[in-house]
Design a protein around this ligand. Sequence first.
Ligand SMILES: [Zn+2]
Length: 465
Amino acid sequence: MPEPTSRGARSAPRPTGRVVIRGGTVVDGRGERVADVVVDGAEVVEVAPGATVPRGATVLDAGGCVVAPGLVDLHTHLRQPGAEEAETVETGSRAAALGGFTAVVAMPNTDPPIDSAAVALEVLALGAGATCLVAVAGAITMGRAGERLAPMGELASLGIHLFTDDGAGVQDVAVMRRALEYARGFDVTLAQHCEDDDMAGGGHMHEGEWSSRLGVPGIPAEAEEMMVARDIALARLTGGRVHFLHISTGRSAEFVAAAKAEGLSVTAEVTPHHLTLTHAELAGYDPVYKVNPPLRCESDVRALRAACMSGTVDAVATDHAPHAPERKDATLDVAPPGMLGLQTALPVVLAALAHGPGANGAVTHGVSDGPGTMSTRDILGLMSWQPARIAGLARDQGGDQGGPIEPGGPANICVIDPAATWEVDASRLASRSRNTPWAGRVMNGQVRHTLFRGEPVVIDGEAQR
Ligand SMILES: [Zn+2]
């Protein structure tokens, strides 16, 4: 039994046959070309137009489709161990495969949290037979309590590349400084959920026009921005590498842009919902729209879209946060924050960044006249090869994610039909939970097939196991 690692590089591939993905347009970090893709075992063996179909091969139709490296999610809550009623590694990774993901980074805010090699190995072992790569992030501090540092060196030796106390930010500046100095020795990245607890003060939504109108305690934008600014200062001071999780305000994006211009080692992600939804969604007190960080203003949505287009934002990450109905279907003040994301991420992001003004209004709501449109390839960069690099899963980092799709390369591939429309049926999602804001909405763009290490885990939109 090979030892599991967070890159999964040493786990044995499942036996798979030959697969031909026929008639699509291959889009990866190298460029775009019309070609068939022939896969043998876990490897791509040929990328060429009109490739010969080997005898006995499974042929997957990709006519009119984009054939891309599998998507990589930097921010997935799989809830195992500790909250298996909401999600498990198996159900979450199936949802991921259906969403086109071939890798997810499991967040460490489980119960117990991933602050030891024992718990990390437990999650990696659960992920060993999953339908996508399950990498794990380790906690920065023991118990995510923000006081004593977790054994990052030991966790890094398991291939863990990202560390975070997500769910909360590291509040104590001296602890965060020490963590960054310590992390440098292992060449790992600290991922921060930026939120100053004193400033957030138990709020349930964005502090602004809507929180006043609804009489709900709010979380000001500054609660996030203060910590983004603080951690940029710490990145400068320590030379450490910081990844900003789910930035949600225009000013956070401005701070990140300035830090990058200065040459600091910082990266940032946004979620699909922060690119599409605003605090106005809370008008009916529906807890499905309660997320952390909260949905912000229309000006923030526009600024975040612009930050994706300018390169300030490196990745879209789902923050897939399943909650069992008995907990989530509660009043706004007691419902836990978070929404599902894996199965809807791609069409929601396409609606926000690709389709342009007026299109897909059911998803983009009032925020329809964005700053422009992005190419499919640039959007795939945000969802595949750029997050693969941040997660330490790219090929030149010892991993097998993010492409490119070429002979000799790993067969982690998603096939996307950009023209397909489908209605989100919450009862049919693979997740154990149902807390999606997109139930009943029509999506443009659908994942048709997903190959994980050569195995077709999704064919024609259906999970194969
Ligand atoms: Zn978070």
